[in-house]
Design a protein around this ligand. Structure first.
Ligand code: CP
Length: 311
């Protein structure tokens, strides 16, 4: 029996999710997919209001939360086109901003450049806060949609070889997905330039979980055996030294030639946006799952909004 343990809960970190909770959210996301495919939307959240508060740019996360709320019959306060048009530009603190928005909204989705900001917001707000990315910290709803995509594409989360490529130091989606994958019997391969390696604390967590793990600089070392190739962008916005960014940007590009060495049954994923990490010629390969992954984001966020709002 699947139980909703998310009612009125903040969603701040993937550490809140165990396999039972993941199973619950994935089952609900799957139901949301079936409902949207059959009837486009419903009135499950009619009369409920979501505040979308984005201090950093976003296309997918902001749009998919808005689409999720609207497909469930709810409404949105969209502060997503730049907080410079809100009273944040007058110096209003995050604490006061969320205490204001909760006067109008039943749930707040927050993206902010500072690690720990979602946690701070949750301390002040009395409505659920959903972390939509806190700096180089976490992006839990992205990790949920990533894991859901693996499950939908490959039919299992057990026994998989998952290779993550790119900016593993700054990529918060990598950090969050790695933490979720540790619940399962997986092998992890981390592919990055030396300066973009996975943070040591997270690598030690992986090792403590007795996960089969290896690091390499070369995609060729992992492509033949990977079930999942999770490619990420070098996060320019996290570099203080742009010369260093220039050195490592464009380090990897997944091309049809590289794909020709991969298994027939595997998936290529990317949280997007991409800036050259996957060649456009790969897009028509049936293994390219990144736009299906985008759509799964809406289903996962529908499941989360319904769950935290007790529906
Ligand atoms: N994947 C992701 O978080 O995309 P956006 O930055 O466009 O929201």
């Amino acid at each position: 029996m699947l139980v909703n343990s998310f009612i009125n809960q903040d969603i701040i970190s993937v550490t809140q999710f165990d396999p039972a909770k993941l199973e619950y959210i994935f089952a609900r996301a799957h139901e949301m997919r079936q409902m949207v495919e059959a009837q486009n939307g419903n009135d499950l959240l009619k009369g409920r209001v979501l505040a979308c508060l984005f201090y950093e740019p976003s296309t997918r996360t902001s749009s998919s939360f808005i689409a999720a709320m609207e497909r469930l019959g709810g409404s949105v306060i969209p502060i997503t086109q730049g907080v410079q048009f809100s009273s944040v530009s007058k110096g209003e603190t995050l604490a006061d901003t969320v205490r204001t928005l909760e006067q109008y909204a039943d749930v707040i989705v927050l993206r902010h450049p500072d690690v720990g900001s979602a946690h701070v917001a949750a301390e002040y707000a009395h409505v659920p806060i959903i972390n939509a990315g806190d700096g180089a910290g976490e992006h839990p709803t992205q990790a949920l949609l990533d894991l859901f995509t693996i499950w939908e594409e490959l039919g299992t989360l057990e026994g998989l070889k998952v290779a993550m490529v790119g900016d593993l130091r700054n990529g918060r989606t990598v950090h969050s997905l790695t933490k979720l994958l540790m619940h399962y019997n997986v092998s992890l391969r981390f592919v990055s330039p030396e300066i973009l390696r996975l943070p040591l604390t997270l690598m030690n967590e992986v090792i403590d979980h007795k996960i089969d793990v290896r690091e390499t600089h070369d995609v060729a070392d992992v492509i033949k055996n990977a079930d999942v190739l999770y490619v990420t962008r070098v996060q320019k916005e996290r570099f203080t030294d742009l010369a260093q960014y220039e050195e490592v940007k464009g380090h990897y590009e997944i091309t049809p030639e590289i794909m020709s060495q991969a298994k027939q049954k595997m998936v290529v994923m990317h949280p997007l946006p991409r800036v050259g990490e996957i060649h456009y010629a790969v897009d028509n390969d049936p293994r390219a799952a990144y736009f299906r992954q985008v759509k799964n984001g809406m289903y996962i966020r529908m499941a989360l909004l319904a769950s935290v709002l007790g529906k």
